[in-house]
Design a protein around this ligand. Structure first.
Ligand SMILES: *Cc1c(COP(=O)(O)O)cnc(C)c1O
Length: 380
């Protein structure tokens, strides 16, 4: 049996008719940049996330970059984030000229640990503290970071909160949607995200009129009116084609999310029934709405051998992420070392994402869990 990590082809069949119709219309109009489809998607995403505004942009990475620019974070500033995330979170901080400061993660959720955040501030000298301008919590795998204590710390030190919600569209924290909790929320429409475009795309959410106005100007080279520039922006625009396709997919998102949640629950039951507790740690169960962009287990041993075995048996899996950001070669000049963030470092050695996409069948899930059981029972 083949079980890919993600199968977008079957999803495409369910929306193909609508996609062909709308893209045909856009081709006929030859109107590709911004326009009514982008405006419509912005209104729909703002409503979906419970924010006042949304600004469509060229990618999730650019959503982070333009958010930092909108918040006027740059040279000499410090931005706090997690070392256990996709590269773009940290890359965008460095690209605006700021310096990342890492805080280790919670071992159960893999999200930034609010107690260690408070400790970072506590241990920081007063001069350094004045340079801290923002924090980027990441809602990893589709589960929100613990935002209440984080927001409290951010308010205490008067810093901007930029949610990296690239993996978490529709996720909730105590009833509030990802992207509506901080000052800015960053989303990605990369095809493997729960709401993916047919190419690159992203969006930024905010409740602030001021930040919304800055985002809208920065997105088109900082120009307002056209060809007059008070600030320096870039080309961060979202294509009409991508916006129209994402709008179509948004109508299906809640059904797809429900299917992911059901798949996650089925894995939990299958793993418990298989009695694999000695080897496998299941994802932390939460009251909040988890959208399962990934279903990630922790292997207490032999993660890489298991992955190899699953690959041979036709089962796709992935390691998010194999090397924490503080140990990446390109950030060596930040001066971090092995051992600085032990929880993230251990996660990098133990996590494995299994297929959880909406169209996955229960037969495929039975097969995945039975193969994992077979691997550990053969015991070599
Ligand atoms: C995917 C992702 C991004 C970047 O999004 P792109 O659209 O690929 O640029 C940023 N942060 C996280 C946590 C992501 O998963």
């Amino acid at each position: 049996m083949q079980v890919p990590l993600l199968d977008l082809k079957s999803q495409y069949q369910s929306i193909k008719h609508d996609v062909m119709k709308i893209t045909g219309e856009i081709f006929e109009s030859q109107y590709f940049i911004m326009g009514p489809h982008v405006v419509q998607l912005e209104q729909e995403i703002a409503a979906y996330c419970g924010t006042k505004h949304a600004v469509g942009v060229s990618s999730g990475t650019d959503a982070l970059l333009i958010s930092l620019m909108a918040a006027q974070i740059g040279q000499g500033d410090i931005v706090i984030t997690t070392p256990y995330t996709f590269f773009a979170t940290v890359g965008s901080i460095v690209r605006v000229g700021a310096r990342p400061a890492f805080v280790d993660i919670d071992p159960d959720t893999f999200n930034i640990d609010p107690q260690k955040l408070e400790k970072l501030f506590h241990d920081m000298d007063a001069e350094t503290r004045t340079h801290v301008k923002g924090i980027i919590p990441v809602h990893l795998y589709g589960q929100c970071a613990d935002m209440d204590p984080l927001t409290e710390t951010a308010q205490k030190y008067d810093i901007v909160v930029i949610e990296d919600a690239a993996q978490a569209i529709g996720a909730e924290y105590k009833g509030n949607r990802a992207g509506s909790i901080g000052d800015l929320g960053c989303f990605s429409f990369f095809p493997s995200k729960n709401l993916g475009a047919f190419g690159d795309g992203g969006i930024v959410t905010t409740n602030s009129d001021h930040l919304h106005a800055r985002l809208a100007i920065l997105r088109s080279h900082g120009s307002k009116p056209k060809y007059y520039h008070k600030i320096i922006g870039g080309n961060f625009r979202l294509d009409a084609l991508q916006a129209a396709i994402v709008s179509i997919k948004l109508k299906h998102l809640d059904a797809w999310t429900l299917a992911r949640q059901e798949n996650a629950a089925r894995y939990n039951t299958l793993f418990q029934d298989a009695g694999l507790g000695e080897w496998v740690v299941l994802p932390a169960v939460t009251e909040d709405r988890h959208i399962y962009n990934q279903y990630v287990i922790r292997l207490k041993q032999k993660r890489d051998q298991l992955r190899q075995f699953l690959n041979e048996e036709g089962i796709g899996s992935e390691i998010y992420y194999p090397l924490p950001l503080h140990l990446q070669e390109c950030f060596a000049d930040l001066g971090y070392q092995q051992g600085d963030f032990p929880v993230a470092e251990q996660a990098a050695l133990q996590t494995l994402a299994l297929p959880v996409y909406p169209e996955l069948t229960s037969d495929q899930q039975n097969y995945v869990v039975s193969k994992i059981k077979a691997f550990f029972q053969r015991g070599d």
